[in-house]
Design a protein around this ligand. Structure first.
Ligand SMILES: [Zn+2]
Length: 421
């Protein structure tokens, strides 16, 4: 559906050229971008937001109906393309919540994620969803220790479910589970069969977080060549070994069209590709596309909402919204940042409604940072005086940690002393 030849390559070249000092306009330009990569969908991907499905599998998650409605509404306003919900087969309340969210009339399409059985598919289509995501385990582990079905049986039941959901006029995705530990030849044969049966989207899932970017690129690129061009490819990456964002990114480069995310990455075990981190990656790649689709300034609000709902703190080193994401501390960094933020920032905090902070109360501060603080406090000093003041602050900061208030007090008293002289 979104596989017409790419124009990304041309953008890449244009954007690869330095934007001069346009730090607050286009903070990008990775000079190593491939030219004319016709497979790549990094400039036209879609997000399937799974906080209300994958995220419900997070250790401390419990979403009541009101919370689900609030999160779904916020995600739809944010601009995600799809919202995926827990299977109506999971519990009577899950089914009721699914129906409630379908009735909200959100801009995002609503999906539910069910096992690849007629029983689950029937339940799913009754809820009012726009599409059904079906999944079945294809790895030897799952075939032996989970459902005990062979590939011929899996293919037959997949086709039956696909034809049924299509007959109801709904979108259908077919995904294998634990795709990267499944037999590759079996997998391609299965995907070719479901493609011929008219599936809208096939899904590749790194259920255990074992995949590395190179494996992902090769698998997706091969799959892209096997199924028809109109069929979309959805990807789902767990973060057990820290590759979830990188894997999602290379999957798009290899021709995938959809990426599963959750807010803060919450999910089974340590979770999946986080919405915020993924968009941080993508805005560097295609700023115009990301800004045209997603209301990034609402990211922090959504993250805070989900963090509160699942009773966790936003990690200190979280992408974009972590407390230190845009804090610059070292003296030489601070000087360059004050002159031109692009020097040490690939992301522009303003795009996300965040602000940068130049840390000045430490032993590794520099006189440019102190000078900037002096100006913020509305005081006047010569450069020589600021340098003397900086030496004094460093002397104290060598002995004990300095709070901002402390440092401001030192600056003010130094300024008073100057007036006395
Ligand atoms: Zn998952």
């Amino acid at each position: 559906m979104c596989n017409e030849p790419s124009t990304n390559g041309q953008n890449g070249v244009a954007n690869g050229v330095s934007n001069g000092n346009g730090a607050d306009k286009k903070p990008r330009s990775v000079p190593y971008k491939a030219i004319g990569d016709y497979l790549s969908n990094t400039g036209r991907f879609k997000i399937i937001e799974s906080t209300l499905r994958e995220g419900e599998q997070f250790a401390s998650a419990f979403f009541d109906t009101a919370t689900k409605v609030k999160i779904a509404t916020a995600l739809s306003d944010f601009g995600v393309d799809y919202i995926e919900l827990t299977s109506p087969a999971a519990s009577p309340q899950s089914k009721a919540d699914c129906e409630t969210i379908c009735k909200l009339g959100l801009k995002a399409k609503i999906l539910t994620h069910v096992r690849c059985t007629m029983e689950d598919a029937r339940l799913a289509v009754e809820t009012g969803v726009d599409g059904v995501d079906v999944v079945i385990g294809t790895s030897s582990f799952l075939r032996e220790f989970s459902h005990g079905k062979d590939m011929a049986y899996i293919t037959k039941s997949a086709i039956e479910v696909i034809e049924f959901v299509k007959s109801k006029g709904l979108e259908i995705r077919f995904s294998s589970e634990d795709s990267f530990r499944s037999d590759f030849v079996d997998l391609l044969a299965l995907y070719k069969a479901v493609d011929e049966a008219g599936v809208d989207r096939v899904g590749i899932a790194d259920t255990v977080g074992c995949a590395s970017p190179r494996t992902v690129y090769e698998l997706i690129r091969t799959l892209r060549g096997v199924i028809s061009q109109k069929t979309d490819i959805e990807t789902h990456f767990h973060n057990d070994t820290g590759c979830a964002i990188a894997n999602a990114f290379v999957a798009l480069e290899a021709g995938a069209t959809h990426v599963d995310t959750s807010v803060l990455g919450i999910g089974e075990r340590n979770g999946i590709t986080p919405l915020g981190g993924f968009l941080a990656r993508m805005i560097v790649e295609d700023r115009d596309y990301v800004l045209s689709k997603y209301k990034l300034q609402k990211l922090k609000e959504i993250e805070d909402m989900v963090a509160e709902a699942v009773e966790v703190n936003v990690p200190f080193n979280n992408y974009v919204t972590g407390f230190c994401s845009f804090t610059h501390k070292a003296g030489i960094h601070a000087k360059a940042i004050l002159n031109n933020p692009s020097t040490y920032e690939i992301l522009n905090p303003a795009d996300f409604g965040m602000t940068r902070y130049v840390h000045f109360a430490s032993r590794i501060t520099g006189w440019n940072a102190i000078k900037s603080r002096v100006e913020q406090l509305g005081l006047k000093m010569t450069d020589e005086q600021v340098k003397a003041l900086t030496a004094k602050i460093k002397e104290l900061a060598d002995i004990r940690p300095l709070a901002i208030d402390d440092t401001d007090a030192i600056i003010r008293s130094f300024h008073l002393d100057l007036a006395d002289k």
